[in-house]
Design a binder for this molecule. Structure first.
Ligand SMILES: NC(=O)c1ccc[n+]([C@@H]2O[C@H](COP(=O)([O-])OP(=O)(O)OC[C@H]3O[C@@H](n4cnc5c(N)ncnc54)[C@H](O)[C@@H]3O)[C@@H](O)[C@H]2O)c1
Ligand SMILES: O=C(O)CC[C@@H](O)C(=O)O
Length: 528
């Protein structure tokens, strides 16, 4: 059955065609996202969800999304998606970080001109039959200083445009490197200095605990008298009540806002303030940007659902569509190693060490580590996948260490997993054979070679004669057929390990009989 995708917001219809061309079933219900109850009712039917900002993907919606594997936001901000809830349920959340950046930067520049020359008010007055030439005295932007708060995708495009307009640009962004600032031709400064120097301030950060009210009452009071403030990023970056007071007093000469604390903003403390220009979250609203983000999100969702490629995910490492087929056997191996070790682990795990040797060390090991963790945690927790496993491991204070090295031993490439608990450390290693299938090649330092089937028995025993005969008779009496039998030992007469594939589940009483055999130390049925 083809994966099924729901588009629940007003996306460009071009996205629908992409989904169809890629072989997915698609329902385009652009108003559904606003109806929370209806969305909760139907979400269980879909593998993918494509949204803009009107659909709120809350914890409640996610709880009902039993088939959902991916949420794609046609746009940048994902504040309308409960990412922790999606991650916990193993749902990938993607956005399209570049598709609307130019358009939004252009909007910020347009808003700067609008407020500098009071264009909306002058337009209303002129069309109202007044001819108020002296009322609308503006300011020139040439040679003025623009202060950017946030200089990522959009901020840096705004910087380039502003330099083209002969402005001087200073930026406050703790994550902006000195080299990048130099390349952009801007000056990196602290917030205090930006407030002191900027004639215009424009915000381009996400809304986080650190950026909420970054322009607080106190910050606004430290800004230059006569400053203009532009916000085309997110409502909540500026204290709206404080800004209103500063516009009324004239400390701030003008403000241009596209985004508000509460949206849709039908009422707002800013409305009616002197020299205020507002737009209804139009930053990304151009045909070009909407086409870009719709096409990108449709491609990304299709890639993931059809071939496992992951692009622009916020809660999972990226895997390109070309890389996905090469990675798949190693993902399977990594998950099997994890599952093997996880099923044998009975006490709390404190650490996981994953050694990647040979050419696997050059692959996307973040994804492989996520697969190992999925395998380890699946026997211990309700529902785990590659998206949720890393955060579940972190929540449980499991320290995960990755080691990468070039080929050193007989195997061209292999993965070794070591699980540390308070009682012991247990390791298991595996590789991919030429036929593309995973093989276990070492358990607890003992070499062996075993493929893992759906039902396995793992046995540790003393390497003495007599074990195999008795073992075979017990399974035979229980009607359990042996499919494969792999043995390994550290030294003659020492510790031995057997991995046996059986055609079906081994009854509990048969396991007890095996445990009671004289040379046997441990018997553990495993499922893969
Ligand atoms: N109005 C719209 O329609 C519209 C359209 C697109 C994007 N946006 C919003 O614009 C904002 C910027 O988008 P982007 O694509 O440039 O994002 P981005 O991630 O590329 O850039 C954000 C920048 O903010 C910086 N930053 C983070 N915390 C900071 C802090 N405490 N102080 C200063 N800088 C900080 C980051 O280092 C980064 O450089 C986002 O909030 C996005 O949702 C709005
Ligand atoms: O979809 C939109 O119109 C808004 C998009 C914008 O806020 C974003 O974060 O990409």
């Amino acid at each position: 059955m083809a994966p099924k995708v729901l588009i629940s917001d007003k996306l460009s219809p071009a996205a629908v065609q992409i989904f169809k061309d890629r072989g997915l079933d698609v329902d385009f219900l652009p108003d559904l996202g606003k109806d929370k109850e209806k969305l909760a009712e139907v979400i269980g039917q879909y593998d993918g969800l494509a949204i803009r900002s009107a659909t709120k993907v809350t914890e409640k919606i996610i709880a009902r999304a039993d088939r959902l594997k991916v949420i794609g936001r046609a746009g940048i901000g994902v504040d309308n998606v409960d990412i922790p809830a999606a991650t916990a349920k193993g749902i990938i959340v993607m956005n399209t970080p570049f598709g609307n950046a130019i358009t939004t930067a252009e909007h910020a520049i347009a808003m700067m001109f609008s407020v500098a020359r009071q264009i909306p008010a002058a337009d209303a007055s002129t069309q109202g039959g007044k001819w108020e030439k002296s009322k609308f005295m503006g300011v020139e932007i040439t040679a003025k200083t623009l202060g950017l708060i946030g200089c990522g995708n959009i901020g840096s495009i705004v910087a380039e445009r502003a330099i083209g307009l002969r402005m001087k640009v200073v930026a406050y962004d703790p994550f902006l490197s000195a080299e990048r600032a130099r390349d952009l031709g801007i000056e990196k400064v602290e917030l205090d200095e930006l407030l002191r120097r900027a004639d215009f301030i424009t915000l381009h950060t996400p809304l986080t605990d650190k950026t909420r009210n970054i322009l607080s009452e106190e910050a606004i009071s430290r800004a230059r008298k006569g400053v203009y403030i532009i916000n085309c990023a997110r409502g909540g970056l500026v204290d709206e009540a404080a800004l209103r007071a500063a516009l009324d007093s004239g400390h701030v000469a003008g403000a241009a806002f596209d985004v508000f604390v509460d949206e849709p903003a039908k009422e707002n403390v800013l409305f009616g303030a002197p020299n205020l220009v507002c737009t209804p979250h139009l930053g990304a609203a151009t045909q070009e940007a909407q086409e870009n983000v719709a096409l990108q999100v449709a491609e990304q969702i299709s890639d993931y659902l059809m071939s496992g490629g992951v692009t622009n995910a916020l809660n999972m490492p990226s895997i390109s569509s070309e890389e996905a087929p090469k990675l798949t056997p190693f993902v399977r191996l990594a998950e099997q190693l994890g599952s093997f070790a996880g099923q044998l682990t009975e006490t709390a795990i404190s650490g996981i060490r994953i050694e990647y040797e040979g050419h696997v060390a050059e692959m996307n090991t973040k994804a492989l580590t996520a697969a190992v963790l999925t395998g380890v945690l699946t026997p211990l927790l309700q529902s785990v996948n590659m998206v949720s496993a890393p955060s579940l491991a972190r929540e449980r204070d499991i320290h995960v260490e990755e080691v990468h090295r070039s080929q050193q031993g007989a195997y061209e490439t292999y993965i070794r997993l070591t699980i540390l608990t308070e009682r012991q450390s247990r390791s298991v290693a595996g590789t991919i054979f030429a036929d593309g299938t995973p093989r276990i090649i070492q358990v607890k330092g003992i070499d062996m070679e075993a493929a893992l089937g759906p039902h396995m028995l793992y046995i540790t025993n003393e390497d003495k004669p007599g074990f195999i005969g008795k073992f075979g008779s017990i399974l035979g009496d229980a009607g359990v057929n042996i499919a494969t039998f792999s043995l390994g030992r550290n030294e003659p007469g020492g510790d031995a390990i057997a991995l046996i594939e059986v055609d079906g589940e081994v009854p509990a009483e048969t396991v007890e009989q095996l445990v009671a055999l004289p040379l046997v130390k441990q018997v553990k049925p495993l499922k893969f």
